[in-house]
Design a protein around this ligand. Sequence first.
Ligand code: ADE
Ligand code: ZN
Length: 333
Amino acid sequence: MRADADFLRSIPKVELHCHLEGAVPATTAIALACKNGIILPTYDPELLYTFADLPEFLTVYRAVCASMVTARDFAEIAYAAQEEGVRTGNLRYRELFVNPTNHHVPYPEMLEGIIDGLRCAEEDFGVVGRVIPAINREQSPSMARELVEAVIEYRRDEVLGIGLDHNDALGPPELFVDAFQVAANAGLRRTAHAGEIDQRDQVIDSIELLGCERIDHGYAVMSDPVAVEFVRDAGTHFAGCWSSCAWFHPGLPQHSLPIAAMLRAGLPVSINSDDPPMFGTGIGNEYVLAGKTLGWTRAQAIQAAVAAVDGSWMDASDKAALRREIEDVMHTA
Ligand code: ADE
Ligand code: ZN
């Protein structure tokens, strides 16, 4: 039986690739900027999230980051992001990226706010939130190392690992070997954005040099069968994002997107929303886009949701419970 949009939205979901600061609606970002006296490129909510390419997108993203200043700001955006995921896509568990070095707020203060918001959302909606501080690769390797040291010094159970994001054309993995090694020694899990547009070798380098068990995006591997075999052998999970992939591969029809090719090739790929309001999407909508484009049956849609559980950094018993919850949908729907 084909999975229709209601079914795709209703599946209990795990999300592995969503940026907290990218999950803020334009109206909220503008309200925060006004409250905190922060300059934005525009105060028109219809225009704030307009950009032509990745560098322009990241410029807007950093301006939005700057608009969050107090622990309460972080608590409110974390709570609202989780609520929206539950409302629009039956989100059950999410690992959220945050870019601490894009803010002028001490890491512990920001983190306490985020954890507070995530805990309140868990109490109110039953959705679990975890945190992945991400290195901004456009900043220096020494800033990256300092961030990892802060994460280790101010350790909280909600923080599972580290990420690496921003423009991969500007900050290759080899610059961050030291920071990732320090993280590995402290038992932190590791993922990195790589191969979002091109830079195929960065996918391989992130696995080999940084020890990443997951890659965010990674679409560029699809241009080389040898790279595909490499990532298959490595068992790498890809945290893909349909809408942002479409955005940064303009002109390609939905069924020709590299994320579609990855799914068709049977790679371990999860479906995620990246920066939902910035790309006009949400976790439920991402499943609708993927499922409709690829003509998923209900069983295939369930399989995709389970792939996200498999790629997550939950412990084994939580994974088993969520897998059961997802697979139960087949019997109850
Ligand atoms: N930070 C937030 N969204 C991102 C993306 N799509 N690529 C790189 N860095 C990001
Ligand atoms: Zn991302």
